[in-house]
Design a protein around this ligand. Structure first.
Ligand code: ATP
Ligand code: MG
Length: 477
């Protein structure tokens, strides 16, 4: 092999080659596995192409493995997949493809290994390695994929226009690989994306979103978002983000370009956190700035309410992008809604009660929120950056102190609705909510202590004010 490989994997590949030999279906490793191994990236996905039936090869390979893995067959695609020792092996017969205008699903016929390499999206994804006895480990590189790997360029084996028009998902894949690998998209290939961008409309939202997520999971997502912007794809898939671009001047006063600011925030955050959803929050934290932008001759540009409106927009965007609508959406909305809160607490004279409120409202997401805020510092002046970071260090200390004394994270007020109802012999009603809120506020403001006794006392006095009559209960002090 031309790259280092564990003996165990080598034996597995030899076995596949031997089985393929017996079936008269020469087999080759192709695609992502070869690319990633050549780049020294770890990979557990093996794509195997053979001259013959991929399904038959998979079944015969499974027969040789202990324990025999289940073979999942996708008859419509002529592919089969099995799992073995943490690896995913996918088998397919070499094929030739021809496409129709309205679909990315090609008509398929049997083909040679070269036909099969030719149908692949990029030269670096079209490398093949023989698994056959006669030339085991031999590299077949008809399109200079190895050279392109070392030059770090993405280029299509055939005419790029045809490649992208046939299957427009490849445009997203090009930008995703450029971002993941730090590669450059070769000029003609890049031009073709711009030219055929409209074809993206035949791709399902789910597939587009999968690629966007991979871009966001890369070390420097801004590479991908710049390419999406420059090729015009971003206009088609996430126009709200494009709206952030540009600087307006009035009376000689400009504001920052919120598109490039946002990308910087995302990149900054990615150095601190791998959490995809926090990365989405960074991408969308200022999304409502265009909609809330005003010019005030006294103070210049303002974006009042962009946090609340932004949280709202996140819901719409998640729905459109077919992103999950569960607690992950709630989390991203919470981050966007709260992203201005910590900065307002970085002044010198903050009160314990303001700190307590932040602890209570952020709950278990406090650390994520602070990371987002620290990433939101994008000044080009290093002195300012370090001063702002210092402010957050100070705030973190303050948060720790108050947390230490109050234990407010994941806190629930000590008096529940049930206790209120039982204490006054009432059912669910407006008064229960009023009393609950009053107790929570009193604790957060430091007006009463955070314990059951103080809370119960306040409950009874508030109840009396509301005309409720206390029942004699053991908790009545
Ligand atoms: P990753 O696994 O990181 O997504 P990959 O390149 O392995 O990257 P897969 O989707 O696993 O991507 O596909 C395996 C191989 O199949 C690719 O390397 C490529 O050769 C080919 N391939 C995948 N999708 C396409 C496509 N849309 N057009 C042409 N070839 C493709
Ligand atoms: Mg793969």
């Amino acid at each position: 092999m031309i790259f280092p490989i564990h003996k165990e994997e080598q034996d597995l590949l030899r076995m596949i080659g031997a089985v393929a030999g017996k079936l008269g279906s020469p087999a080759y490793l192709v695609g992502g596995y070869v690319r990633d191994k050549m780049l020294g990236r770890d990979t557990k996905d093996l794509d195997i192409v053979c001259l013959g039936s991929g399904i038959a090869l998979a079944e015969h390979v499974a027969d040789q493995l202990m324990p025999r893995p289940h073979v999942t067959v996708f008859r419509r695609f002529g592919t089969a997949m099995l799992h073995h020792q943490g690896r995913e092996l996918e088998f397919v017969g070499a094929r030739k493809e021809s496409y129709r205008e309205d679909s990315r699903k090609p008509a398929v016929e049997e083909g040679s290994l070269e036909d099969d390499q030719f149908r692949r999206d990029f030269t670096i994804n079209a490398l093949a390695i023989s698994l056959n006895d006669a030339d085991f480990g031999n590299l077949l590189d008809p399109f200079n994929g190895i050279a392109h790997l070392s030059e770090k360029i993405l280029k299509t084996p055939m005419d790029p226009g045809k490649t992208f028009s046939d299957d427009p998902l490849r445009m997203m894949r090009a930008i995703r690989f450029a971002t993941q690998l730090g590669f450059t998209i070769e000029e003609e290939t890049l031009q073709a994306i711009g030219k055929y961008k409209e074809r993206i409309r035949i791709i399902s939202q789910e597939r587009i979103t999968t690629e966007l997520n991979k871009i966001l999971e890369a070390p420097t997502p801004s590479i991908g978002f710049r390419l999406l912007l420059d090729t015009g794809l971003l206009d088609l898939i996430l126009p709200e983000l494009v709206e952030l671009k540009g600087v307006e001047f009035k009376e000689g006063i400009g504001h920052k370009d919120n598109f490039y600011h946002t990308l910087q925030v995302v990149d900054n955050l990615c150095k601190r956190s791998d959490d995809l959803w926090l990365r989405w929050a960074a991408l969308l934290h200022d999304i409502a700035k265009p909609a809330t932008k005003r010019f005030d001759p006294e103070v210049g540009w303002t974006f009042h309410g962009h946090d609340a409106l932004g949280a709202n927009m996140v819901g719409k965007i998640f729905r459109k992008m077919r992103l999950p609508l569960d607690h992950k959406l709630k989390f991203v909305q919470k981050m966007v809604r709260m992203h201005l809160r910590p900065i307002s607490l970085t002044q010198e004279d903050i009160t314990d009660s303001a700190v307590r409120r932040l602890l209570f409202d952020a709950g278990e997401d406090l650390e994520s929120l602070l990371m987002l805020c620290e990433a939101d510092i994008t000044s080009k002046n290093p002195k300012k950056v370090s001063r702002y970071l210092d402010n957050y260090r100070h705030l973190r200390q303050k948060l720790d102190e108050v947390e230490e004394s109050d234990r407010l994270r994941n806190w629930q007020p000590p008096v529940s609705g049930e206790l209120i109802m039982a204490s006054f012999g009432i059912g669910p009603c407006r008064e229960v909510g009023l009393i609950k809120t009053r107790i929570r506020e009193a604790i957060l403001d430091g007006e009463i202590d955070n314990n059951l006794e103080a809370a119960t006392r306040l409950m009874f006095s508030e109840g009396r004010k509301l005309g409720l009559i206390a029942r004699q209960t053991p908790t009545n002090p």
